[in-house]
Design a protein around this ligand. Structure first.
Ligand code: ZN
Length: 374
């Protein structure tokens, strides 16, 4: 089905008209409000809510009280399609269609297959009743849809599997990463309501399994949890990238480790505002310091469905609130390309494709090779 602008809730007009790379985006956070409203009706849930109540229930129009409050919105949305093959395929298809409309040429889309399953999963979190959809079946649906969409929308997409706290799916998730490596799974992530407690053991064992087997690793850390989580993610989980990591600035030693390793930081401007991960005052956002210090970071949308926005909104924040130039945005996209989880041949090709495209912007001088060496 060709893209249909009228189906979309959000303006995806490609205002920043150059190819983009997005590394941190949750499949279950990419929904269109209109689709969730339709799926809720089909499932016969949330029927007592009118449109504006439903909107408040699954999207954040103002800064949330906390990260769990923000995540609750995603969980409310996931309940409308968990265990539903067609629903999962539709959410996947629309997420990719919207990313292609934003000008994303390479996307790493992450999700926890366990969250959408209704069979062979303990606990069953979101599905309404037990059925026959195992985590592996969920992956088959997502992988098949990704393949179809890559061809249709001219975008390259790989997936990252999330081990989700507080559930004990870490080791199983790691093994699924290995089993599905040839089906576009490129890495593992740890996600969920980060608190002050340490990373759980099952997650550490899962990450160790991935390290030994050459599977890439990223971790949500230091978003609302302490800087120590970033240090542990790098030193104990051997994370190559950090999701958010804003609070690393509270600890010079930790910030030093990120600099020393050239660890890539996946900054998500809008979500950091809504989750309270970053200060309310945009001028105090850690991304400004990352930029000044030439940290290896890039911009992602995280959960654009929650914000009723798109990646374009995140770019708008970077340009209007932080004064980032187009040249800066090129640099961040090249950082992302160099730190992505594609194999070396594809990664190098992506970097060189972006350089070639960006070179067409004659009035902009990009110091490509001074950016990162990784
Ligand atoms: Zn995230």
């Amino acid at each position: 089905m060709p893209p249909n602008e009228s189906d979309r809730d959000v303006d995806h007009s490609n205002k920043y008209n150059f190819p983009k790379v997005e590394l941190h985006c949750h499949l279950d956070g990419c929904y269109r409000f209109s689709t969730i409203a339709e799926l809720a009706k089909k499932r016969g849930i949330y029927l007592q809510k009118d449109e504006s109540e439903l909107k408040k229930f699954i999207t954040a129009q103002t800064r949330c009280n906390s990260l769990p409050h923000y995540l609750e919105k995603i969980y409310n949305a996931t309940r409308t399609y968990a265990g539903d093959e067609d629903g999962i395929a539709r959410i996947t298809r629309e997420a990719i269609e919207d990313k292609a409309a934003d000008g994303v040429v390479y996307l790493e889309l992450r999700y926890a297959p366990h969250l959408f399953a209704n069979c062979d999963v303990e606990p069953m979190v979101h599905a309404e009743e037990r059925g026959r959809l195992r985590p592996k079946d969920v992956m088959d649906i997502v992988n098949k849809t990704v393949k179809e969409c890559e061809n249709e929308y001219g975008i390259r997409v790989t997936t990252i599997l999330c081990a989700l706290t507080p559930f004990e799916w870490g080791e199983e998730t790691a093994k699924l990463c290995q089993e599905y490596e040839s089906h576009g799974v490129v890495g593992i992530d740890i996600a969920g309501p980060e608190g002050s407690e340490d990373f759980p053991l099952h997650c550490q064992r899962g990450f160790e399994f991935c390290r030994i087997n050459g599977i890439h690793r990223t971790a949500h850390a230091g978003e609302v949890g302490p800087a120590g989580h970033v240090k542990k993610a790098i030193e104990q989980l051997h994370a190559e990238r950090i999701g958010h990591g804003y609070r690393m600035l509270e600890d010079d030693a930790c910030y030093g480790i990120v600099k020393q390793h050239r660890t890539h930081v996946e900054v998500c401007p809008m979500s950091s505002h809504f989750t309270t991960g970053a200060p309310e005052d945009w001028s105090k956002h850690p991304a400004r310091r990352f930029h000044e210090d030439n940290i290896n970071f890039s911009l992602s949308s995280d959960d654009p469905g929650v914000h009723l926005a798109s990646l374009i909104g995140d770019y708008d924040i970077a340009t209007t609130m932080w004064g980032f130039t187009t040249q800066d945005l090129f640099k961040l996209n090249l950082n992302a390309a160099r730190s992505c989880f594609l194999n070396e041949v594809e990664r190098k090709q992506l970097v060189s494709d972006l350089k070639r495209e960006y070179a067409n912007y004659n009035d902009i001088v990009v110091e490509y090779d001074s950016i990162t060496s990784s």
